[in-house]
Design a protein around this ligand. Structure first.
Ligand code: TXA
Ligand code: MG
Length: 354
């Protein structure tokens, strides 16, 4: 248990925020930082004792590896070994998507602590596009290990307030730079070279960089079920609200029970038609009110799930979104939240320190 400070990284507070974060990282402590995807819980990737604090604060099992963030492309070789046969592909992807929400799994350098990679021989690397995160990464001089700044298995935070609810009392500092621009965690891929053909990409986690965008650079394959262990954190039940959560396929799939209080996580809200207006929902939150835009839905998804989770509902019902482009990543998160119907009631209260 410790006091958790928040520094607002507004124009005036920017330098103060950067310096405070760097000072903590340098002395082997952890700090919650904004990225363009979600808030991350950061530590110096080359300091195993600091990285251990991440696992403790999140209650994350140590077999679940972390993403390593590099400040610039030239730092890639400090953490990863890029095999000759995929060198050109990695260069192309980095040129196109870095800094940004694409994480690439590569063979690791021996210097990367085992704790960071969960004992795997690979490391997941990306370069964040968030200006403040980049400035901190640069000033630290070392790569930053950072998972999403939530307790294990819970919804990733897209605001400093959400981080405070998740980790308040467990970490010394949160840098508040407002809402995250993407709202969903990075796309994670593994690359496999093929002789005389474009490489194969295996998507380990769908995210803001879409299958369609990746197709320009290689052939996109789904990860086979047997290969799930390659991304140990990709457990079926993840992103779980504490309230029972159910993704429905069609409106007919929902039959309300007498006396139960339901919330509807709708794609477009009222415009979604009959189903949205019927049923006496306790609350309806639209991910993209009106016309339905996937980018807006992505930004609002985790925020909306958190809002509803605090309303003491009996169940949250989620409508599907169209499964193209960013919709693939949104549906992935909705399915995972739905796979975990509820957590033990003992974890129900927010703000309990430990
Ligand atoms: O957008 C993001 O990726 C955010 C921000 C903070 O960068 N980070 C994030 O980290 O979502 P985390 O730890 O919540 O999710 C990382 C995922 C986990 O599912 C983990 O299992 C997987 O990446 N992962 C990490 N290293 C891996 C590796 N070497 N091989 C396969 N999967 C790996
Ligand atoms: Mg996470």
């Amino acid at each position: 248990m410790c006091e958790t400070k928040t520094i607002e990284a507004t124009d005036d507070g920017m330098m103060e925020a950067r310096d405070a974060a760097v000072a903590l990282l340098q002395r082997g402590d952890i700090v919650a930082l904004p990225t363009e995807t979600v808030y991350g819980l950061a530590a110096d990737a080359f300091n195993p004792a600091a990285v251990a604090k991440i696992f403790a604060a999140k209650e994350r099992p140590e077999f679940d590896p972390l993403i390593v963030h590099i400040a610039s492309f030239k730092d890639l070789k400090r953490v990863a070994v890029v095999p000759e046969e995929i060198q050109e592909t990695v260069n192309q992807l980095a040129r196109q998507f870095w800094p940004g929400p694409l994480t690439i799994i590569l063979p690791k350098q021996p210097e990367v602590p085992d704790l960071v990679t969960g004992g795997l021989l690979t490391v997941a690397v990306r370069q964040s596009a968030h200006p403040l995160f980049r400035a901190i990464n640069q000033a630290l001089g070392n790569p930053i290990a950072a998972p999403s700044a939530n307790r294990f298995g819970r919804i990733s935070p897209t605001s400093a307030a959400a981080v405070m609810k998740e980790l308040g009392g467990r970490i010394p500092l949160i840098i508040d730079a407002g809402a995250c621009a993407e709202g969903l965690e990075s796309t994670i891929i593994r690359i496999e070279a093929r002789v005389g053909k474009k490489p194969l990409f295996y998507i380990h986690r769908a995210g803001p960089v879409t299958r369609e965008q990746l197709q320009e650079f290689g052939k996109v394959e789904k990860v086979l079920p047997g290969e799930k262990l390659l991304a140990p954190g990709q457990l079926e039940s993840h992103y779980a609200p504490r309230t029972p959560f159910r993704l429905i396929g069609r409106p007919e799939d929902f039959v309300p029970e007498e006396g139960k209080r339901y919330g509807l996580l709708s794609y477009t809200g009222e415009d979604g038609g009959e189903f949205v207006r019927r049923h006496g929902w306790e609350v309806v939150i639209a991910l993209s009110p009106g016309s339905g835009k996937l980018a807006e839905a992505a930004i609002r998804l985790f925020y909306a799930m958190r809002e509803m989770d605090e309303m003491e509902l009996d169940e949250i019902i989620a409508e599907p979104v169209s499964e193209t482009g960013l919709g693939v990543a949104i549906m992935d998160r909705l399915r995972r939240a739905s796979a975990q119907r509820s957590l033990p009631k003992s974890t129900k209260k927010t703000g309990d320190p430990m």
